[in-house]
Design a protein around this ligand. Structure first.
Ligand SMILES: NC(=O)c1ccc[n+]([C@@H]2O[C@H](COP(=O)([O-])OP(=O)(O)OC[C@H]3O[C@@H](n4cnc5c(N)ncnc54)[C@H](O)[C@@H]3O)[C@@H](O)[C@H]2O)c1
Ligand SMILES: O=c1ccn([C@@H]2O[C@H](COP(=O)(O)OP(=O)(O)O[C@H]3OC[C@](O)(CO)[C@H]3O)[C@@H](O)[C@H]2O)c(=O)[nH]1
Length: 389
């Protein structure tokens, strides 16, 4: 229920209700953002997506306290003339729509480039032409590889933060060669960032760009064969959850040496809320949103998830909990990887005073409790079902 006490922004001014056109509202991040907007604010959401399974609980039944403040529009933004009308009706547009699973970048590079660049173009254009504010979701992948990754393995400079901390206004974007189609996504996201920035500079578009650093939590992606295709490859949290639920070894791509910082979705949503409600502080900025304190290698993530899952499910882990696979075998030709991703937090700290709170252990505990509660029974039944001959 939206609080009846007057809510104020970071400068002490009362926050009044606005209308938000949220594109990609039915996805992982969109579903958490809609939930937060409905339960804690007076804002109205025009939720645009091709799917709504992850926000069904916010749309039905009609007796929900926020009924009337959220409307779902089943629209594919590739080819639907209703989009401009919805953007015109809103005060703010948030664009989350994208193909954003690495298994697609090198196997469906055209769809990836179209989704992350071409399909986002009309959204930018309509916002600019109609003087509407835009919050666009980019990615930490625009940084690509670190400068440090090009130094000799034994170089002491690899320990120097100047060679690996990722800063919005200083770090270069370092991608692999064109046949490494992994970078089709990062490159498309970089170009749309540049276009939005140029619309700001030349035509006065009010924009904020978000670069999420591996946000994870409940409702992320799908469990293959349960609520997504059996052969589908989701992002690492869902891949490892699927392995744990099925009591299979977790697959470590190229030894699981890549490093990531993981942030709890609920911490990250707090940052987006500050951007929504403090336009004067957020406009014109690109923000890293991540948790620099939660860095692990993918191997360490697998080990921690194995321990946490054993705790929340009450089942002992299997004898060989991980197995190494090559990236070619797992993702196919043209895969490449970001070696290390630590966000610099200076800009978001200065503009919005935001910091993440949740440790990796705690966020895995709540997320894997959700995964176990949501999927364990369905997996048991799927495994028990005889395969049709
Ligand atoms: N989750 C993360 O850690 C993370 C990290 C970096 C960047 N991002 C970016 O954040 C955004 C949201 O990510 P997510 O994790 O919620 O992904 P998601 O796949 O769960 O959500 C994306 C949503 O967009 C919708 N969509 C895609 N194409 C569409 C179209 N043509 N028309 C209408 N709807 C369409 C999808 O149906 C989906 O519901 C993406 O732009 C992604 O690149 C996310
Ligand atoms: O079974 C698996 C699955 C993955 N890996 C490795 O884990 C690393 C992280 O993989 P993933 O979460 O799928 O994605 P990335 O971090 O590489 O890329 C994402 O970052 C942000 C975003 O833009 C959107 O979410 C997306 O591009 C990676 O090293 C995999 O190889 C594994 O070992 N086993």
């Amino acid at each position: 229920m939206a609080s009846s006490a007057t809510r104020v922004d970071l400068d002490g001014k009362p926050i009044t209700g606005i209308t938000i056109c949220m594109i990609g509202a039915g996805g992982f991040i969109g579903s958490h953002l809609c939930e937060k907007l409905m339960s804690e604010t007076p804002h109205t959401v025009l939720a645009v997506d091709v799917y709504n399974d992850k926000i069904k609980h916010l749309l039905e039944p009609d007796s929900l306290p926020w009924t009337g403040r959220i409307q779902f529009h089943r629209i594919n933004i590739k080819n639907d003339s209703r989009l401009e009308g919805l953007i015109k009706m809103a005060d703010l547009t948030i664009n989350l729509a994208a193909i954003c699973t690495p298994a697609d970048y090198n196997t469906r590079p055209l769809d990836t480039i179209y989704s992350n660049f071409i399909d986002a173009l009309p959204v930018v254009k309509y916002c600019s032409e109609n003087n509407k504010r835009l919050i666009h979701f980019s990615t930490c992948e625009v940084y690509g590889k670190t400068i440090g990754s090009y130094l000799p393995k034994d170089s002491p400079l690899r320990q120097d933060p100047a060679y690996y901390i990722l800063k919005e206004d200083e770090s270069p974007c370092i991608f692999g060669s064109i046949e490494k189609q992994r970078w089709s996504y990062a490159c498309a996201k970089q170009l749309i960032e540049r276009l939005i920035y140029a619309e700001g500079a030349e035509n006065g578009l009010e924009f904020t760009i978000v670069r999420p650093f591996n946000w994870i939590g409940p409702r992320m992606d799908f469990i293959p064969g349960i609520d997504g295709p059996s052969e589908g490859v989701p992002r690492v949290l869902a891949c490892f959850s699927n392995n744990l639920l099925r009591r299979e070894p977790l697959k470590l791509v190229d030894g699981g040496e890549s490093q990531r910082t993981f942030i709890y979705i609920k911490d990250a949503i707090e940052a987006v809320m500050l951007m929504i409600e403090n336009p004067a502080r957020a406009n014109g900025h690109i923000f890293n949103v991540g948790n620099p304190n939660n860095e692990v290698t993918v191997r360490q993530l697998a080990e921690m998830m194995t321990k946490v899952y054993s705790k929340v499910s009450g089942e002992p882990s299997i004898d060989s909990p991980t197995i190494d696979v090559s990236s070619k075998e797992f993702y196919g030709e043209g895969y490449d990887d970001s070696d290390k991703r630590i966000p610099d937090m200076t800009i978001i700290n200065k503009q919005l005073g935001w910091n993440p709170k949740t440790s990796l252990w705690d966020l895995l505990e709540s997320t894997l409790t959700y995964q176990h509660r949501t999927y364990a029974e369905a997996i048991k039944q799927a495994i028990a079902k005889p395969i049709a001959s």
